[in-house]
Design a protein around this ligand. Structure first.
Ligand SMILES: Nc1nc2c(c(=O)[nH]1)N[C@H]1C(S)=C(S)[C@@H](COP(=O)(O)OP(=O)(O)OC[C@H]3O[C@@H](n4cnc5c(=O)[nH]c(N)nc54)[C@H](O)[C@@H]3O)O[C@H]1N2
Ligand SMILES: Nc1nc2c(c(=O)[nH]1)N[C@H]1C(S)=C(S)[C@@H](COP(=O)(O)OP(=O)(O)OC[C@H]3O[C@@H](n4cnc5c(=O)[nH]c(N)nc54)[C@H](O)[C@@H]3O)O[C@H]1N2
Ligand code: SF4
Ligand SMILES: [Mo]
Length: 715
């Protein structure tokens, strides 16, 4: 089903390409012998990554050749076992079943869950989205809303700057709150932190004088390289950030000119943070008052540089208000590109936004957005993912009866594993596109076996905002795809055609009778940037295109009157609640706080089963060595972790970079409940400790995923 490409893929050779497991897109060289990958090394000629790779990238070949990989699509039999089927019959059967559900129950009875392995695949996202638009359903979910939905809420209440973000590359200071980009490679629009060979970029920046401030309960890889590390108690970010605002306003570090032109509510902010003196915050967050003052002064006194954040504050108990205070630091200190400045990110393969020196007002889309049958809002054309299980399980005329999951494994990744598994089992039809029989795929009626990255032609379109230089790269497929697999994007096109739908993408439409393009054609057809596809293909290592225009911020329009709202009433009320909750002296009977954190060896669940990749083979529960000895535990001991909601068993290991009292365990391990419950072999799934019922954030309905109170008992 995969159309033949026009390049010879046979023979032993070394191919130049880039890794697509995470947004860093590291240049790699792939040695191929006998049709399989024998070695992956960094591409030293890559203009941005200079040969840098990580352990999981170097195991890409093993991931493709994994003996557990699905080489054909699967259909579930009546007895629950699976049988292989051809892609043609899978497309036809899925189309038929979806059409019948569509006819009886309408488009909103069909759901789509978009996982993280779609984001770096060049064509999947647009074909999948246009298929879903053609179906006419609004029940779209992505991992973004079990991740950092606080950023949507904060931007919606504060407003955003139309001039883009400042550049790390020319900043004097940078504040990272609960993000570890040297491991997560979360950069670009998310944090502005360079992700291409980030350690080297950071070292260079510090040599020219950049001051790095990191807020994290763990001395993470990036915290270890910071000028100032505030090793706070988990979940106290809102208080710490309020403390930074307190000192910045008190010591006159605010950018008064910027605020008086662009911001409302600075007096309300001053009032709201007045209680958060360095001494009070020190008591809450467990760091010295001098550190808080120093962080505020270092940030406030700099000329440029932003405050940015990751999952740490956004998965915590006061996520929306903590994230609001992060973004508000940039407003109060005027940390945005002005007229004539160059904002961060350079697009080469697509046209970027038009940057203007102007505030866009709070949009509060949830106050106007349509609501689902139990009152949850659509934001950015998706429903907040935490409501997915209820959308399936709670009765109603537009209940989701069929779900398509692509590049995701909600059965492992979703908070409250029991509930999501119950929901997946309650569907009339579950279709999962995944190369592996995951917890999600095992519950599917059809599992579609897709190509993997080295079998696809792709380009770096969509990632321009992650690079500070005009970089772009195209890659041919390196390996011929196994016979029974199909590109994800092609599955959606053929499914649409089988359902009689026309897919619309920009100027291009694909109707039921149209020929299915090759991936090279499909990539070339959507090119609308500064470099045409032929030119791009001439540079296998990728290229810095010197003649691509660098973005510049246009002047403020004469009629610009919109302003940021730095402390609206609802945020002030939430900050008040956070103060009360955080300063209450009542001891929680669960003494430890379990926090989130990514491992370098895995990309969510990708790589968890590759022998020798994850250092221990499982995901340990790390704790401070002093906590380990106080609890009389040896490294490798089995313990039970219990939250207010659930209980798991895990293996403890020491980690002196943690703040005492803090436990950390990476997610997406653990495997099939009941079948793979051995934590030493399969690891532990921390989502079993999380609740979708209680402790949800307002608006986003985000559950508590970090700073989770737990008890630990030896087993
Ligand atoms: N190697 C690898 N890279 C990945 C992923 C992966 O699984 N593996 N996942 C990708 C995905 S889906 C995402 S969303 C991004 C996430 O990207 P990041 O948010 O940068 O993720 P982490 O590297 O886990 O960094 C989060 C940091 O927050 C800290 N933290 C935990 N709780 C708190 C808290 O209460 N307050 C504060 N201030 N800090 C806290 C943790 O100690 C950790 O160092 O990474 C992406 N990149
Ligand atoms: N406890 C806890 N839970 C968390 C988090 C946490 O920090 N703590 N983090 C949350 C976050 S931020 C996120 S984003 C989610 C991650 O949620 P998901 O994105 O759902 O997680 P993954 O397990 O990485 O799912 C990716 C799936 O894609 C498959 N895959 C790989 N390559 C391809 C391909 O080419 N095509 C297709 N179709 N599939 C492919 C993989 O086999 C895997 O099953 O997890 C969330 N869950
Ligand atoms: S997974 Fe590793 S090698 Fe691949 S792009 Fe990300 S950092 Fe680079
Ligand atoms: Mo994520």
């Amino acid at each position: 089903m995969v159309p033949p490409t026009n390049r010879a893929l046979a023979g032993d050779r070394t191919a130049v390409t880039y890794c697509r497991l995470c947004p860093a897109h590291c240049g790699i060289e792939v040695e191929v012998a006998g049709g399989a990958v024998t070695r992956v090394v960094g591409d030293r000629a890559h203009p941005l990554t200079h040969g840098f790779t990580c352990a999981k990238g170097r195991r890409l070949g093993d991931l493709h050749a994994d003996p557990d990989r699905l080489l054909a699509s699967q259909r579930r039999r009546a007895d629950g076992t699976f049988e292989p089927i051809s892609v043609q019959s899978a497309v036809a059967s899925v189309a038929h079943r979806l059409e019948s559900i569509l006819q009886t129950h309408g488009p909103d009875s069909i759901g789509l869950f978009v996982g993280t392995q779609t984001y770096t695949a060049s064509l999947t996202y647009s074909f999948m989205s246009s298929w879903f638009r053609a179906v006419g359903s609004r029940k779209r979910f992505t991992t973004v809303t079990i991740d950092q939905s606080a950023k949507i809420v904060a931007g919606g209440r504060l407003g955003v700057w139309a001039g883009g973000r400042q550049r790390f590359e020319s900043a004097d200071v940078w504040l990272l709150v609960g993000t570890n980009p040297l491991v997560s490679m979360q950069g670009g629009d998310m944090t502005g932190f360079p992700i291409h060979d980030g350690a080297r970029a950071l070292a260079e920046a510090r040599r020219r004088g950049l001051k790095l401030i990191v807020v994290d309960p763990r001395r993470s890889q990036v915290a270890a390289r910071a000028d100032l590390h505030l090793q706070i108690r988990p979940g106290t970010d809102a208080a710490l950030l309020a403390g930074l605002h307190h000192v910045i306003l008190r010591d006159a570090h605010a950018d008064d000119a910027f605020c008086s032109r662009w911001a409302n509510g600075v007096d309300e902010l001053r009032e709201a943070v007045s209680r958060f003196t360095p001494e009070v915050v020190a008591g809450i967050a467990g760091v010295a008052p001098e550190q808080i003052v120093e962080a505020a002064r270092t940030f406030g006194a700099a000329r440029s540089g932003m405050a940015t954040s990751g999952t740490g504050p956004d998965m915590g108990p006061h996520a929306n208000v903590a994230e609001h205070l992060v973004q508000a630091l940039n407003v109060v200190c005027g940390r945005f590109p002005r007229e004539g400045d160059r904002p961060g990110g350079v697009r080469v393969l697509e046209r970027g936004p038009r940057y203007r020196a102007q505030a866009l007002p709070p949009s509060r889309p949830w106050e106007r957005a349509p609501k689902n049958r139990f009152g949850a809002s659509w934001l950015r054309s998706e429903l907040m993912s935490p409501v997915l299980p209820d959308e399936i399980l709670l009765d109603g005329p537009d209940r989701i009866r069929a779900l398509v999951v692509v590049g995701g494994n909600p059965g492992a990744a979703f908070p409250d594993q029991d509930r999501i598994l119950e929901a997946l089992e309650g569907l009339e039809l579950l279709v999962v596109l995944d190369p592996f029989m995951t917890e999600t795929a095992r519950r599917a009626d059809y599992v579609i076996a897709p190509t993997m990255s080295l079998e696809r032609a792709e380009d770096t379109r969509g990632y321009g905002h992650f690079a500070d230089q005009p970089f772009a790269q195209y890659t041919d497929p390196v390996l011929p795809p196994p016979e029974g697999v199909i590109h994800d994007w092609e599955f959606f096109l053929r499914l649409g055609q089988a359902m009689g739908l026309t897919l619309k993408m920009g100027r291009r439409t694909y109707g039921p009778e149209d020929r299915v393009p090759t991936d090279v054609e499909a990539l070339a057809e959507r090119a609308d940037g500064y470099v045409d596809h032929e030119a791009l293909r001439a540079h296998p290592h990728g290229k810095l295109f010197a003649d691509v225009p660098l973005p510049v911020v246009a002047p403020t329009p004469d009629d610009a009157t919109d302003r940021f709202e730095v402390m609206p009433d609802d945020v002030a009320a939430e900050l008040g609640d956070a103060f009360d909750a955080l300063s209450s002296t009542q001891a929680n009977e669960r003494p430890y706080r379990l926090i989130v954190g990514r491992s370098r060896e895995t990309m969510n669940s990708v790589g968890r089963r590759l022998p020798g990749l994850a250092r221990n083979g499982y995901n340990p529960c790390f704790m401070h060595p002093d906590d380990l000895s106080a609890a009389n535990l040896d490294p490798g001991a089995l313990v039970a972790l219990t939250s207010d909601y659930g209980s798991v068993t895990a293996i403890v290991q020491p980690d002196a970079t943690l703040r005492p009292g803090v436990l950390t365990m990476t997610h997406c391990f653990g495997g099939e409940p009941g079948l793979e419950d051995d934590p030493r072999r399969f690891g532990t799934n921390p989502t079993r400790l999380l609740s979708l019922q209680t402790g949800l954030q307002p608006i986003s309905l985000m559950p508590l995923m970090t700073a989770v109170p737990v008890t630990l008992t030896p087993v």
